[in-house]
Design a protein around this ligand. Sequence first.
Ligand SMILES: NC(=O)c1ccc[n+]([C@@H]2O[C@H](COP(=O)([O-])OP(=O)(O)OC[C@H]3O[C@@H](n4cnc5c(N)ncnc54)[C@H](O)[C@@H]3O)[C@@H](O)[C@H]2O)c1
Length: 264
Amino acid sequence: MGLLEGRRGVVTGGASGIGRGAARRLAAEGARVAIVDVDGDAAAKVAAELDGLSYGVDVRDTDAVREAFDDAAADLGGLDVVFNNAGTGSIARLHEYDPAEFKRVVDVNLLGVWNGIRAAVPHMLAAGGGSIVNTSSISGLRPSPGEGPYAAAKAGVTALTQSAALEYGSRGVRVNAVAPGAIWSAMTTPLLQLGEWEQEWTRRTPLGRIGDPEDIGDVVVFLCSDLSRYITGQVIVVDGGMTLHGAGIDGVLDFVMGMVEGGQ
Ligand SMILES: NC(=O)c1ccc[n+]([C@@H]2O[C@H](COP(=O)([O-])OP(=O)(O)OC[C@H]3O[C@@H](n4cnc5c(N)ncnc54)[C@H](O)[C@@H]3O)[C@@H](O)[C@H]2O)c1
């Protein structure tokens, strides 16, 4: 019997990368899963693979997120586990950030997580408990140059996680976060395949490899399961030890700006 047999879940950003890896692991442990993603077609493909549900929704849309979660809960018969994972990033110097891009990055990564918490909590309170996991990042704990709005939003995810843990713990709802290091995904593959970044980040990682989405998915399973029943308000760093060096993903700004400015 799986660790999550009979649980009902939602994964945002579940159409790709870490979200898809986590959705597969949740399903493998017995959960039924709904995928919420702005890419509705890709979400439908993952849902079909897992015998789940899918919703083409932008996590910045507060009402649409609530509608999707309500619909998923009605269809699945409740909501026990939620992985608020949808996210996006970009690289620029702070004083050169386009204001609309700054807002987009903050809204997807931070407002999107609040929208998920807001939509999930009523179902969990009604059922007497549940587990919410949010995706932060090592960048939210130790920013690297060039990722200002992303790092600020991810630090905000930590604060939001702790606030929610405080507000709902006594009513059976646990809220934690994962902070991935360098993980293969649609977000990172283009960078990792440029220049020497795969070798460089591998060299900076004590465990000696770039992570796979399932490396995060297994921690999400743990945080959603009863194995973590006495854990709430925590941010679990899953980075192969990368931040032990304190370096994070430093160097990306110079590399990207060098390419952009060199190409001009
Ligand atoms: N890959 C890494 O190295 C890494 C490291 C730290 C944190 N993260 C975080 O992990 C999460 C997943 O990223 P990933 O690496 O799997 O990238 P990814 O691009 O493979 O997956 C992101 C998913 O989120 C969806 N998405 C993006 N914007 C959305 C929106 N507005 N509404 C709904 N869905 C949206 C995308 O369609 C995609 O399916 C993000 O929060 C990211 O910040 C990733």
